[in-house]
Design a protein around this ligand. Structure first.
Ligand SMILES: [Zn+2]
Length: 256
């Protein structure tokens, strides 16, 4: 009896999640209103540096992301003046479940469900319910030279970003957040995962430039600025990136 009830409950949860994800996806692709993006800051390493950083964190720090989406969308003729609206949740006490390391699709789905359940239980955010949730785990840059992978899932419209707890890294953090946010909206990576070099031409901000290398800006889903055929630099802020036509088509800003 209990087993049946449990299965029924699980099916109900799955159905709710599926319908919710579908509805959010439909809305997102139309760009008829602002998409509400909830940012959930978390102390990712339990350090006092991250704690102090979180204590001073406010919504204005994420304004560049809103402005970036507005400017980039306008370039593709999107009418909505504020395509993305960010709301900041209070820092969360405990980190969310971490994503699976391997690329197993089933594990990713299980993680996405776990995350949605976790988000639902921890959802203390001002204003309307977010369409997209991005959990940002902050780490002391002195203790962590490199951070784990960030992820953004289209199914579930959820992202997890590893970021540095430092004002000097705010620009770089916003680049990673915008990149994962675009993944949740259906954008694909535009770089070679083995070399991290941007794909040509889709991963180049200015593929028609002559000479084509070095590039000065990054296509946001390539994540890096191609300097030569073997070198690429990480952009320090959103100002050094743009949304290319390939990404714009994937997220519904232009026709294919
Ligand atoms: Zn990516």
């Amino acid at each position: 009896m209990f087993r049946k009830l449990r299965i029924l409950l699980l099916l109900f949860v799955l159905a709710t999640v599926a319908v919710g994800a579908w509805r959010a996806r439909v809305t997102a692709s139309e760009w008829q209103r602002s998409l509400i993006v909830g940012i959930y800051p978390v102390n990712g390493d339990g350090s006092t540096v991250s704690n102090d950083y979180l204590a001073r964190l406010d919504q204005s720090r994420f304004k560049p992301i809103e402005e970036y989406f507005a400017a980039q969308a306008r370039a593709y003729g999107v009418q909505e003046l504020r395509p993305v609206m960010i709301t900041l949740a209070r820092p969360l006490a405990a980190p969310p479940p971490l994503p699976p390391h391997d690329g197993n699709a089933l594990a990713a789905i299980a993680w996405s469900l776990q995350m949605r359940y976790w988000a639902w239980r921890n959802d203390e955010i001002p204003g309307p319910r977010p369409d997209i949730r991005i959990f940002v785990l902050f780490h002391d840059p002195q203790a962590h030279a490199a951070l784990g992978h960030s992820v953004g899932l289209e199914k579930g419209m959820i992202g997890l970003v590893n970021a540095f707890a430092s004002r000097a890294e705010d620009g770089g953090n916003t680049v990673v957040i915008a990149h994962e946010l675009l993944h949740t909206l259906g954008a694909s990576d535009k770089y070679d995962p083995s070399t991290l070099q941007p794909h040509f031409p889709s991963g180049y901000a200015d593929p028609h430039q002559a000479p084509v290398l070095p590039q000065r800006r990054a296509e946001i889903m390539a994540g890096r600025i191609a300097i030569s055929t073997t070198e690429a630099e990480i952009p320090r802020s959103l100002a050094a990136t743009m949304v290319g036509p390939g990404t714009a088509a994937e997220i519904g800003w232009r026709d294919n």
